[in-house]
Design a protein around this ligand. Structure first.
Ligand code: SDX
Length: 391
């Protein structure tokens, strides 16, 4: 008993878990990474600093920050043979399908040399994954475009490098706009970790079997892809496209409220936040800043804000405590940056990698049992077999 409640250790070993990484208070809209509020990290820190914090528990000092950035930079290239995995996919394959495949394939490149009982080996696997995700993500986009892969550059920051690998070609350099690079970095920070969400729980459950970290992260990517989870950012833009114009909003809201219609307001609602999602607030502010700075007047932003205003004042949503979540505004920023809708969930997976790997490291930092979620059996009681000629 920890003074609050008594629990059966056996039960805890197969369901809830303890963690020091992220704290969420869904009613108060609080999200802390190692004790630091998400809005302060998004506004004052940067993505690699946040990665360091999630992995190590403390913000880096100036010397540690430089060393960590250099370590990540020096691991951004992928094995030259990895590119051949991409060629096995159809050009129109969804980039998340490609990412499930190629991240899992990293196991084949590093599995033999990895002893997951060795903390040093676990640490380098974490570095490799954080460093190589942008390269592999950009490669999945380039492959879908029929353009050559771009190698990472060591003179660029993490987010600048990702944008370079996405949009540069051998014929023309991509001039990184600092506003866009900062927005990209902030989007990664806002996605970095989120406690025991579906994909992180998948990574922990997979890791509890002793599976290698690359396979665990591939499992997390697969779980994230669903439209109820990380696939929601892509679904929000499809929803806004489908609504088209503010004149169609009332009809759409009526469909959402119709018991016989499965239409959901994508980017709204949350398993934990039953008030506002603090990330959505920062994302909306970033959206305003980026579109204004780039001089973009996107009618979908106006549509999204009108939709939010209607929903926040509609009894159906208020009664069900449905508020915008991290996915509601992110897609509008990504579209302004020039990232195609099909890559939105890949961006989420990229941003979430340090969270996934921090939870994998945390689990391995102490003794653990294989995960075994409990079930309540509601099937048939025991009965004798009936031969087919008697059925
Ligand atoms: C993420 O867990 C995490 O931390 C996830 C995440 C992370 O960072 O890892 O935060 C990222 O996944 C954010 C969520 C992205 N998904 C979406 O935006 C998809 C749309 N949202 C819904 O699918 C839904 O809100 C969930 C799945 C996110 C949460 O579902 P819950 O908490 O299980 O809510 P529920 O299904 O119990 O709903 C309660 C009621 C139901 O109505 P009734 O049966 O009571 O009549 O609210 C309704 C639901 O039908 N409802 C919605 C709705 N979400 C819930 N109705 C319309 N639109 C919605 N979006």
């Amino acid at each position: 008993s920890n003074g609050y409640f008594t629990y059966d250790p056996g039960f805890m070993a197969t369901s809830a878990c303890e963690s020091k990484i992220t704290f969420i208070d869904g009613d108060k809209g609080i999200l802390l990474h190692r004790g630091y509020p998400i809005d302060q990290l998004a506004e004052q820190s940067d993505y690699l600093e946040t990665c360091y914090l999630l992995l190590n528990g403390e913000l880096p000092n100036a010397e540690q920050k430089v060393a960590f950035e250099k370590l990540i930079t020096n691991h951004t290239m992928v094995h030259e043979q990895l590119q051949f995995f991409y060629r096995g996919f159809r050009r129109d394959a969804h980039p998340m399908a490609v990412m499930c495949g190629v991240v899992g394939a990293l196991s084949a490149f590093y599995h033999d040399s990895l002893d997951i009982n060795n903390p040093e080996h676990r640490h380098i696997a974490a570095i490799r994954l954080i460093a190589k995700m942008p390269t592999m993500a950009a490669m999945s986009y380039k492959y879908s475009m029929g353009q050559p892969f771009m190698y990472p550059r060591n003179d660029l920051s993490y987010s600048e490098n990702f944008l370079h690998m996405m949009f540069a070609t051998p014929c023309e350099e991509y001039k990184v706009n600092p506003i866009i690079a900062k927005a990209m970095d902030r989007i990664f920070v806002l996605h970095a970790d989120h406690e025991q969400n579906a994909s992180t729980s998948t990574v922990r459950l997979t890791g509890s079997t002793g599976a290698n970290p690359y396979a665990c992260i591939a499992a997390g990517i697969a779980a994230l892809w669903g439209p109820s989870h990380g696939g929601a950012n892509e679904a929000v833009l499809k929803m806004l496209d489908e609504i088209g114009d503010v004149s169609n909003l009332d009809n759409f809201i009526a469909r959402v409220k119709d018991k016989n219609d499965s239409t959901k307001l994508m980017g709204f609602g949350h398993r934990v936040y039953k008030n506002f999602d603090p990330r959505a607030k920062v994302m909306k502010q970033t959206c305003d800043e980026v579109l204004t700075a780039l001089g973009i007047n996107d009618p979908q932003l106006e549509l999204a804000m009108k939709l939010e205003e209607i929903a926040l004042n509609d009894e159906y949503f208020v009664k069900r405590k449905l508020y915008p979540n991290v996915d509601f505004y992110s897609g509008i920023i990504l579209k302004a940056i020039g990232i195609p809708t099909s890559m939105f969930t890949v961006i989420f997976a990229l941003g979430r990698t340090p969270g996934w790997i921090a939870h994998w490291l945390e689990m391995h930092s102490a003794s653990y049992k294989i995960g075994r979620p409990r079930q309540l059996y509601t099937g048939s009681v025991q009965r004798d077999f009936v031969p087919v000629d008697k059925r």
